[in-house]
Write a protein that binds this ligand. Structure first.
Ligand code: SF4
Length: 329
């Protein structure tokens, strides 16, 4: 029996950080065991918000793919490709745009939220309003059975499902409705205690070496009760301890929590133990990334092979779409 097909994508925003790894990438690596995976760098999506300055996009594609491969995405097993290498995404985006009512897009909560938050740019462009249609095209062009999403992304997937239903209603059954594969990864705090994010400049990157990681952790905020070494603290109120929960053994967590509450250990020692555990997880990824980066042609080869396979699958879908819409000549 064929494995269910999964599609997931990331924007080429540059090097990936621990939050990206924990939130999505680690899950993708696991999915390769049970699913036929299509992993796509969605460079056209980057243009919906960064159209005024697209200069970083091409370089960022390489950084993202290096991180994917280093983390364990296996191009022998999964299809790894760039969205703009598969023109069918654009054709299906155009055709789905014909049937998608604009109120569906205007009510998208992310649309208003991002327009309000990203005040450094003009997001009144048509491409930004229509990005959920492009997202639907990305998924439907591979007839994906399922899409890994966090709870906050469920409305987006629902929109893709609604678009698929509307297409099937007008023209006959072409698209399976993609089901949500809920991922429950905890949100990682960054060095300043807010959510880890490139835009907050509070992130540890997969490409950071051990020394940089330790230097960054040294300035990470801790429980404010611990002004002096002798002040007891509360690990439940400490972002550093949230990272212990993800990376450290249960034994270390018990030891550090007790030491924090009794002021038996200082934050310096607590962070050092955390870094030891973090590096056990991140060291092999970092080494693989360095090795891969020494062979610049390899990423290009992987993306070319991935695009070839993705184009074949997407073209099959587009033949059915054109036939269903009576566009085939
Ligand atoms: S000892 Fe550890 S858990 Fe406690 S405040 Fe310091 S860094 Fe946080």
């Amino acid at each position: 029996m064929p494995q269910p097909r999964v599609l997931s994508g990331m924007r080429p925003t540059g090097q990936l950080h621990l939050g990206n790894y924990q939130g999505a990438l680690q899950n993708w690596v696991g999915l390769q065991q049970s699913h036929e995976c299509f992993f796509c760098v969605v460079d056209w999506h980057a243009l919906t918000t960064d159209y005024q300055d697209p200069s970083a996009i091409v370089g960022n594609i390489r950084e993202v793919v290096l991180d994917w491969l280093a983390a364990g995405i296996d191009p022998e097993r999964s299809t790894v490709f760039v969205q703009s290498d598969v023109p069918a995404h654009a054709e299906l985006f155009l055709l789905l745009g014909m049937i998608t009512p604009t109120p569906w897009l205007q009510r998208n909560p992310t649309f208003k939220e991002m327009q309000e938050n990203l005040t450094d740019r003009d997001l009144s462009n048509y491409g930004f309003l229509g990005y959920p249609v492009l997202q639907a095209a990305d998924i439907l062009v591979y007839r994906a059975d399922t899409v890994p999403v966090g709870v906050d992304q469920l409305p987006h997937l629902e929109l893709s499902r609604e678009i698929a239903r509307r297409f099937n209603h007008f023209y006959g059954e072409v698209f399976p409705e993609p089901a949500a594969l809920l991922t429950g990864a905890p949100k990682l705090p960054g060095l300043d205690g807010r959510k880890m994010s490139k835009s907050y400049n509070n992130a540890i990157y997969l490409a950071d070496g051990e020394e940089i990681m330790r230097q960054k952790m040294a300035r990470a905020v801790t429980d404010t009760r611990r002004q002096r070494r002798s002040d007891p603290g509360e690990p439940d109120d400490c972002p550093v301890f949230d990272l212990h929960r993800v990376f450290s053994t249960a034994e270390t967590q018990v030891e550090m929590a007790a030491g924090c509450r009794s002021a038996g250990i200082g934050c310096f020692d607590c962070k050092a133990r955390l870094c030891d555990h973090m590096w056990e997880a991140l060291g092999p990824i970092y080494e693989r990334r360095m090795e891969m980066a020494r062979h610049p042609g390899r990423v290009a080869e992987i993306l070319a092979a991935g695009a070839e396979h993705a184009r074949q699958e997407a073209n099959l879908t587009m033949e059915r779409v054109r036939a269903a819409m009576q566009l085939a000549r």
